[in-house]
Design a protein around this ligand. Structure first.
Ligand code: TMP
Length: 218
């Protein structure tokens, strides 16, 4: 359909465990969006290229230590520093596809069971970030994820941690009831997952141009 001059782009977030196929699916989605002659932008968090991203990368690879609180806030800062760019793209009418976001930020930190970091505490620094129009949660059991060639070497890539993360994702999404979350069984074959993601995207796109302002996470 014709896009109104003031229509903003959609903000679409893809979430899931390590090895759930998120990055592959993001690329397939972007390719299909581009195939419709629409402009898109792909963003992955953590963005390891920035100053905060380099600190996060060193932590994830075991080359630096950080307190649980400090690394949590670095992950959040790594999103906050990207906000203006995201808003500019959305206002230019581009679809922005985001690979991990505040939801990963909250549940991976909460999964550490640090008694001073409740789920609420973990969510707080991301309050005010642009709110996605659609969250695609690629759900896979930690057993099935582990079977996909095994986890890598990074911090958090352990089955016990992943099982906690999965439970916390479900808990968090059940609490954020004004959020548009679509859970997709990521244990299905790649193309079936891609088809379901595309259907969810089409539903959003066919609902018409977005003229209202973007909301924020609360
Ligand atoms: P990646 O494998 O998608 O690059 O993510 C790296 C790891 O960082 C992954 O185990 C998930 C974790 N993570 C957090 O702990 N907090 C965050 O805010 C984000 C975006 C990722």
């Amino acid at each position: 359909g014709e896009k109104g001059k003031n229509a903003r782009g959609h903000l679409i977030v893809v979430e899931g465990l390590d090895r759930s196929g998120k990055t592959t699916q993001c690329h397939m989605l972007c390719e299909d969006i581009g195939g419709l002659d629409k402009e898109f932008k792909y963003i992955k968090f953590p963005d390891r290229t920035t100053a905060t991203g380099q600190m996060i990368n060193a932590y994830l690879q075991g080359n630096a230590e950080q307190s649980d609180q400090a690394i949590h806030l670095l992950f959040s800062a790594n999103r906050w520093e990207a906000v203006q760019g995201i808003l500019n793209d959305l206002r230019a009418g581009h679809t922005v596809v985001v690979d991990r976001y505040a939801f990963s930020g909250t549940v991976y930190s909460a999964a550490k069971d640090n008694p001073s970091m409740s789920l609420e505490w973990c969510w707080n620094p991301d309050i005010g970030l642009p709110k996605p129009d659609l969250v695609l949660f690629l759900d896979i059991s930690s057993e099935d994820a582990a079977k996909r060639g095994g986890y890598g070497e990074e911090r958090y890539e352990k089955q016990e941690m992943q099982a906690k993360v999965r439970a916390l994702f479900k808990h968090l999404f059940s609490r954020l009831n004004d959020l548009n979350v679509k859970t997709i069984n990521a244990g299905l074959p790649l193309q079936e997952v891609a088809d379901q993601i595309w259907q969810a995207y089409k539903n959003l796109d066919e609902a018409g141009p977005l003229t209202e302002d973007l909301q924020v996470l609360s």
